[in-house]
Design a protein around this ligand. Structure first.
Ligand SMILES: NC(=O)C1=CN([C@@H]2O[C@H](COP(=O)(O)OP(=O)(O)OC[C@H]3O[C@@H](n4cnc5c(N)ncnc54)[C@H](O)[C@@H]3O)[C@@H](O)[C@H]2O)C=CC1
Ligand SMILES: CC(=O)C(=O)O
Ligand SMILES: [K+]
Ligand SMILES: [Mn+2]
Length: 350
């Protein structure tokens, strides 16, 4: 039997609750399938570790993680005790960068059994391909002077390599879906980066003549996702735009607590990292009421990436059946606990 060695980083807040729940579901799926098993190794890195050691993970953390097949992470952040830029750049974003996880795939679709807050959701089903290695999230800039003279500079970095890579990934994905790519731009406001982004989109698009292609400014695109979400198939977006659009994707499904994500090393040279869209949700952490569906769906994306899409589909079916039964956490308007939702999904899988 094949064994997948997975590094588990529950992280902070509700990460510590939703990750074990998703591991139960993945173990159950593996057991029912019978071809493979998971061997989980948990690393208690995150803000508690930082408060003890002054670091978010040990100095050799990246080397340790390279020894695993994939990484399964919950969320990072304890903003009351550790500044967010310190905690996220010390763990989550460090792993994305050092492991060259250059593409962040974030689907959103209308789920059966879960009414969308939109009046006309029209069966929307789209995937955001978020550039995950550069863009607006760049450690380039600085702060100088103080008081009234204080200046902060944050540079955005767009390379041809990184931009083209994200766009080719989006077009290749569209070939397997509904043959359409929308590029999220803002070339009316950003005078260098986004005209460059648009040029690369047009250039790459020429290699994909059969795929529909259109550019939308990010402001209009955000509005279209609310008014006409069914018009979108694959959306390719820069790091920041993709970040924002995918919380919106979660919201129109019903809650950001169900939105999944995969940080992919597309060359498969290093582990990829599977981690949902939502954060550590300090407002509800430790109460056993967090929605585990985002983490579970993220686990389904890990199964897809490992080569078990039929099994992944069964997990999504079990999630939808559980929603249809009315077993929902508070963020979806229900009263079920995390434990009850997880048990219902395990039952449905069986
Ligand atoms: N990928 C990551 O690890 C991310 C980490 N963060 C960090 O998380 C911390 C909190 O950030 P926020 O901006 O509040 O975003 P958040 O995603 O943690 O929470 C936003 C709202 O959604 C709710 N929510 C999120 N996930 C939920 C779930 N599974 N079930 C039920 N409700 C859920 C929360 O209770 C909160 O009201 C910060 O430290 C932030 O930097 C934020 C986003 C992503
Ligand atoms: C940090 C964050 O919000 C994200 O990567 O989605
Ligand atoms: K997360
Ligand atoms: Mn985000």
């Amino acid at each position: 039997m094949k064994t997948y060695r997975i590094a588990v980083i529950p992280g902070d807040g509700i990460g510590k609750e939703v990750v074990p729940a998703a591991m139960e579901v993945l173990d159950k799926a593996a057991q029912l399938d019978g071809r493979f098993q998971f061997e989980w190794t948990t690393f208690l890195w995150g803000c508690d570790y930082y408060l003890e050691t002054g670091k978010m993970m040990p100095d050799d953390g990246i080397e340790i993680l390279k020894g695993y097949d994939q990484i399964f992470l919950g969320a990072v952040g304890m903003p009351s005790l550790v500044p967010d830029h310190v905690s996220l750049w010390g763990l989550l974003i460090k792993i994305r960068r050092d492991m060259k996880q250059s593409i962040n795939v974030r689907p959103a679709k209308l789920l059966q059994g879960l009414p969308s807050p939109l009046r006309n959701p029209n069966g929307f089903d789209f995937v955001v391909v978020r550039e995950n290695s550069e863009g607006e999230y760049a450690e380039s800039g600085g702060r100088i002077h103080s008081g009234q003279d204080e200046v902060a500079i944050q540079n955005a970095i767009f390379t041809r390599k990184g931009t083209e890579r994200a766009m080719r990934y989006a077009f290749d994905m569209a070939k397997t879906r509904r043959q359409h790519v929308t590029s999220a731009t803002k070339s009316n406001g950003l005078t260098y980066s986004m005209p460059f982004w648009d040029e690369v989109f047009a250039e790459v698009g020429r290699d994909y003549e059969d795929i529909g292609q259109v550019s939308n400014h990010i402001d209009a695109l955000a509005a279209f996702l609310v008014m006409k979400p069914e018009n979108f198939d694959v959306i390719v977006a820069s790091n920041l735009f993709g970040d924002i659009l995918t919380d919106l994707g979660g919201a129109i499904m019903g809650s950001i607590g169900i939105a999944p994500a995969a940080n992919l090393n597309i060359e498969r040279e290093y582990p990829s990292m599977f981690e949902p869209v939502h954060g550590s949700a300090p407002d509800i952490a430790g109460k056993g009421i967090a929605n585990p569906l985002g983490q579970i769906w993220t686990g389904k994306m890990m199964l897809d990436f490992l080569g078990y899409p039929e099994l992944g589909a069964k997990i999504l079916d079990a999630m939808e059946a559980t929603l249809a039964q009315g077993v929902k956490t508070g963020d979806l308007g229900g009263e079920a606990t995390l434990r009850q939702v997880t048990d219902a999904i395990l039952q449905q899988l069986q």
